[in-house]
Design a protein. Structure first.
Lengths: 324, 210
């Protein structure tokens, strides 16, 4: 078997794993698992993780990690909900800004992008390791969310805003449309743009990329900023879907997101992987979550099984890297 | 070239914002007035509901002697016939009225014997701090799906409980003398059939001495 075939086989592993899990669940509980409603449910449930995981893939491709996506998700959603519900009072000017749903969405996206950008600045300019920088942001963004909301959920956000989370178009929920659009967009960005090429190059060999004249700090900065922006999209979707900005939402989402990326076959050391494989990773986690519930596996065992799958995926990646 | 690209991007952004405004600027006073008008006033709602719907709606109660006899005979059948439940909760409610003789009094409750000649506490009228959603959910006069904001619906329940504490309980404490005969109407929540049915714990909405 030559190197190309081996590489192709390796890329097909996540897809084969997904197919195997789906066939097994279909055989065990066909009357529940194989219904259109259940499959649509799986897609709806993974849409938030897909948005987060696209950003996480870009970050991991550069050899970094972003632990703050769950907190950024919560803060972006809370900011959008707060502005939509209560507006912004500018006492000094004697006026208040009443935000439209579109304005609230834009504000949420800007907040996510800005926090991601801040992560990038801390990592590239202050040379703080990504693990620590984003761990700090995890706490900062969660604290800001609590301050912004006073620790209380912001509810009743209206049908226009709610459409991005609860709307249905052509029989498919809006969160699914949004995640599909983002997958296609960022697949093109990662494959066919200069930034995308640089992201792979930085992760593959940072030194060589720097020597060839690429501003690697700028690439990393944009990667973390896009990660923040995508976390904000996820935050807006979940806020709209629940019709509530819950300040505690998103706790632990970074783990699901990292798991999806790794299970999809993206290398934790960077430079290898793809957005589509990450989507497969999200599907594996989503189908596993759904299937274990369908099979009435207790919630604590579900965590154990998910953890084992993650460890197995990383071990496979490491063994593969050693062989290469 | 880069400057031109930035100018084009800003022009596009400005155009989009002109078509779809991000926000509206309003004077602070007008914004405050609008916010106050839009805010759900749970206390005011509860007061209106109490006077215009709850008290006139007391004729929808099941008589306590009928209910207690039904529970004694077959709790499941009594539940099926007289109880009301909300959503997927296992808890259920009885909207009940009757007359009973006071057999014991404490800060937390007034125990009544309902069956003629009985000296056992068959109903306890709760007389301490009132918690839970029995008054809101037990009458069938309010439907959660009519209220899109669950926080408003929760506030409504707390406001109704507060009305019980301030309007009903002071009178009940005065009326509660051993041997006195009290007519009551109220809601009973049954979470745990072993403890909540015998005696039936009722949050009073109206009490009178006879």
């Amino acid at each position: 078997m030559n190197a190309n075939s081996r590489e192709l086989l390796k890329r097909l592993q996540p897809l084969a794993a997904l197919a195997l899990i789906m066939v097994a669940l279909s055989l065990m509980r066909p009357e529940i698992f194989l219904t259109i409603g259940n499959l649509r449910n799986i897609l709806l449930q993974i849409s938030v993780n897909v948005c987060l995981s696209i950003g996480m893939t870009l970050v991991i491709l550069t050899g970094g990690i972003d632990l703050s996506v769950g907190s950024i998700l919560a803060f972006a959603g809370a900011v959008a909900a707060g502005l939509l519900k209560d507006g912004l009072t500018l006492t000094f000017f004697g006026v208040a800004l009443q935000f439209t749903p579109f304005g609230a969405i834009v504000a949420g996206l800007i907040v996510g992008f800005a926090l991601g950008w801040f992560n990038g600045i801390v990592i590239t300019r202050l040379k703080v390791p990504p693990f620590i920088a984003t761990l700090g942001m995890l706490a900062i963004a969660r604290g800001l969310t609590m301050l912004w909301t006073d620790g209380h959920p912001i509810t009743n956000l209206g049908p226009v805003f709610g459409f991005i989370g609860m709307g249905i178009w052509l029989g498919v929920p809006m969160p699914v449309w949004i995640s599909v659009a983002l997958v296609l967009l960022f697949y093109v960005v990662s494959r066919n743009t200069t930034l995308g090429r640089y992201i792979y190059a930085v992760g593959g060999n940072e030194k060589a990329t720097a020597y060839s004249g690429v501003n690697i700090n700028r690439v990393k900065l944009w990667t973390y900023a896009l990660g923040g922006l995508l976390a904000a999209v996820a935050g807006l979707i979940i806020t709209a879907r629940l019709d509530t900005a819950d300040p505690k939402v998103g706790n632990g989402y970074e783990l699901d997101s990292i798991a999806a990326v790794v299970i999809g076959g993206t290398s934790l050391s960077g430079g290898r992987g793809s957005i589509f494989l990450t989507v497969i990773g999200c599907l594996i986690i989503g189908v596993l979550n759904n299937g274990l519930s369908v099979l009435n596996v207790p919630a604590y065992w579900q965590l154990v099984i998910k953890g084992l799958v993650l460890v197995a995926a990383v071990a496979a990646d490491r063994i593969g890297a050693k062989e290469n | 070239m880069r400057v031109v690209r930035w100018i084009i991007a800003l022009a596009v952004a400005a155009g989009v914002c002109w078509l779809f405004p991000l926000f509206h600027v309003v004077p602070l006073q007008a914004a405050k007035a609008e916010k106050a008008a839009a805010k759900f006033d749970a206390a005011e709602f509860a007061d209106t509901f109490w006077n215009k719907r709850l008290l006139p709606g007391l004729d929808k109660t099941v008589k306590a002697d009928v209910l207690l006899a039904a529970i004694q005979a077959d709790p499941a059948a009594a539940k099926k016939k007289f109880a009301r439940s909300v959503g997927f909760s296992d808890a259920y409610f009885y909207f009940v009225s009757g007359t009973g003789r006071v057999v014991s009094v404490s800060d937390d409750g007034v125990s009544l014997a309902i069956t003629p000649g009985s000296t056992n506490a068959e109903v306890i009228l709760l007389a301490g701090l009132i918690f839970g959603d029995a008054v809101r959910d037990g009458t069938g006069l309010l439907n959660g799906s009519d209220y899109s904001n669950s926080q408003d619906f929760n506030d409504m329940s707390a406001a109704l409980d507060h009305l019980v504490e301030t309007r009903v309980l002071p009178g009940l404490h005065e009326q509660a003398k051993i041997g006195a005969e009290i007519s009551f109407a109220g809601c009973a929540e049954v979470d745990d059939e072993a403890n909540d049915l015998k005696p039936l714990k009722v949050i009073p909405i109206q009490t009178k001495t006879r």
